[in-house]
Write a protein that binds this ligand. Sequence first.
Ligand SMILES: CC(C)(COP(=O)(O)OP(=O)(O)OC[C@H]1O[C@@H](n2cnc3c(N)ncnc32)[C@H](O)[C@@H]1OP(=O)(O)O)[C@@H](O)C(=O)NCCC(=O)NCCS
Length: 176
Amino acid sequence: MIHEGVIRLIEFADLPALEWEGEYTHFRRVYREVYEHYQMGRALPWVIELPRLGIIGQLFVQLDCRNKTLADGVERAYLFAFRIRPAYRNQGWGTKLLGFVERDLYTKGYRRTTLRVSKSNESARCFYERRGYSVVGEDCSEWRYVDHRGVERVVCDPCYQMEKHLRKPLAVARKL
Ligand SMILES: CC(C)(COP(=O)(O)OP(=O)(O)OC[C@H]1O[C@@H](n2cnc3c(N)ncnc32)[C@H](O)[C@@H]1OP(=O)(O)O)[C@@H](O)C(=O)NCCC(=O)NCCS
């Protein structure tokens, strides 16, 4: 089925939709924090929306963070929370969203995108490799967040750090 999709930045009212049907409720505070970073100019939370169907995917960008090998606010930007709803995978939406975000970052002066992918997520690593990303390191560090109930959760997921050198885009199109 062919749909027209629109890629746009999130609005406050979108936050509940990012929890899907409860699968990502535990990230409620994380999403709120991303939204606040966006308001401060430190993050770009992109979503892809289909008419009548709503948001079917997301890809967030952190422009600046403490770890300057990931994002330095100038040349490097960190991609995270990339997901397409299962029913819409393998139809090209993820490729479109990633390509759009890379082009947008290039026009803002960024020249490298970085990301982390779980070592157990081989299909995602291959997806990134086919789109120009290379493994540049490994990371076993824990990260912590506070869930929707106020409980601190610790995530320990060995992952690869990947990077891509961004090239000058041929065209910037917002509507697909
Ligand atoms: C990784 C992810 C975001 C990719 O999104 P997606 O929308 O499925 O990606 P695409 O459809 O653009 O591409 C995936 C595959 O679908 C196929 N495909 C792409 N466009 C297609 C089309 N129009 N018709 C049929 N198949 C298509 C291709 O085989 C493609 O793989 P390849 O080009 O790398 O060989 C998605 O699989 C996902 O949400 N995964 C779970 C969360 C996750 O692992 N995120 C990454 C965390 S680091």
